[in-house]
Design a protein around this ligand. Structure first.
Ligand SMILES: NC(=O)c1ccc[n+]([C@@H]2O[C@H](COP(=O)([O-])OP(=O)(O)OC[C@H]3O[C@@H](n4cnc5c(N)ncnc54)[C@H](O)[C@@H]3O)[C@@H](O)[C@H]2O)c1
Length: 280
């Protein structure tokens, strides 16, 4: 396997394309939005330039990584041995994408999703190859974070799981296998904590800065939950809370009204320039 297609070139898609290209894979990066593709390539270039400044790479290496990435707005270009879907966290959108990818991708390709919470089993059921559908959940920012959560759907085969675990190791990551339940392990635990931090802000328990400082200095978290929500994207956080609420049926997973209001106002965090904090 040496060719990967990444569908969705946003926060996660560009990071996934980056780490594969850096390990000599040919990368097809697909997005419906041409500006998203341009921004993705500019982000990868910026990240490689920062590495050069730190003495961790050369301009020739940067150019070689960028040359391995081709971009397209056509889903038909997603013809990798491994296809990783990293589009918007919207169940209907992803269900449609998996049916389309099953039709368009090579018959022996593995179809993986970077979804934060949506059922891999449900996505697989839209394809004719459920044994070759798997969750490959990278963490943000992808070039920095070591974990890949590998999610087995009801029909995911041992062979598919083994290949994806091996690919994650080839990328220098540590894969952890988990079962297909809403939010898997990472977001089942992380997202209710972020949601609770937003309740604290809404109820005036403390300011955003104070809430984040308590969690950074008191719990030794590298960043506070509200700053982390801005990094993840508030729309993605809301989508994950909705999946936890629907899938687990417990009101402890209800999304905080302030989170809903900020998403409705387009305050999505870093990607929109404003969330709990303001960004340039
Ligand atoms: N943001 C995070 O911290 C994080 C972490 C782990 C996993 N994820 C997951 O990764 C996935 C992507 O999240 P993101 O934060 O990169 O979102 P994002 O909003 O930054 O980017 C999503 C991209 O998908 C594109 N897109 C939408 N419909 C498409 C289609 N039909 N075909 C191709 N591209 C399409 C959009 O144009 C956009 O560029 C989601 O499933 C999310 O849950 C996100």
């Amino acid at each position: 396997m040496k060719r990967v297609a990444v569908v969705g070139a946003g926060t996660m898609g560009n990071g996934i394309a980056h780490v594969f290209a850096q390990k000599d894979w040919d990368v097809r990066l697909v997005d419906v939005s041409p500006p998203a593709l341009e921004k993705a390539v500019a982000t990868i270039r910026g990240s490689l330039d920062r590495q050069i400044k730190k003495g961790k790479g050369t301009e020739a290496q940067r150019d070689a990584v960028l040359a391995r990435i081709t971009t397209s707005t056509e889903l038909a270009a997603a013809d990798g041995d491994l296809v990783i879907e990293a589009a918007t966290e919207d169940p209907d959108l992803k269900l449609g994408l998996f049916a389309e990818l099953d039709r368009l991708a090579p018959k022996n390709a593995i179809l993986a999703s970077n979804t934060s919470s949506i059922s891999i089993t449900t996505l697989a059921a839209r394809t004719s190859r459920p044994e070759a559908v798997v969750g490959m959940h990278f963490m943000n920012p992808v070039p920095v974070m070591a974990l890949v959560e590998v999610i087995r759907g009801q029909a995911t085969s041992d062979a598919t799981t083994a290949v994806v675990m091996d690919v994650a190791r080839q990328l220098g990551k540590t894969p952890v296998e988990v079962s297909d339940y809403p939010g898997f392990v990472s977001n089942r635990i992380l997202m209710p904590m972020i949601n609770e931090a937003i309740y604290c802000l809404m109820e005036g328990v403390a300011s955003a800065e104070s809430i984040d400082t308590v969690m950074r200095l008191g719990m030794n978290h590298p960043m506070g939950p509200l700053a982390l929500a801005d990094l993840i994207g508030l729309d993605t956080c809301l989508a994950i809370m909705n999946v936890l609420h629907d899938g687990l049926g417990d009101d402890k997973y209800r999304a905080c009204p302030l989170l809903k209001r900020m998403v409705a106002a387009g305050q999505l965090g870093r990607k929109s320039g404003r969330g709990f904090y303001a960004y340039q």
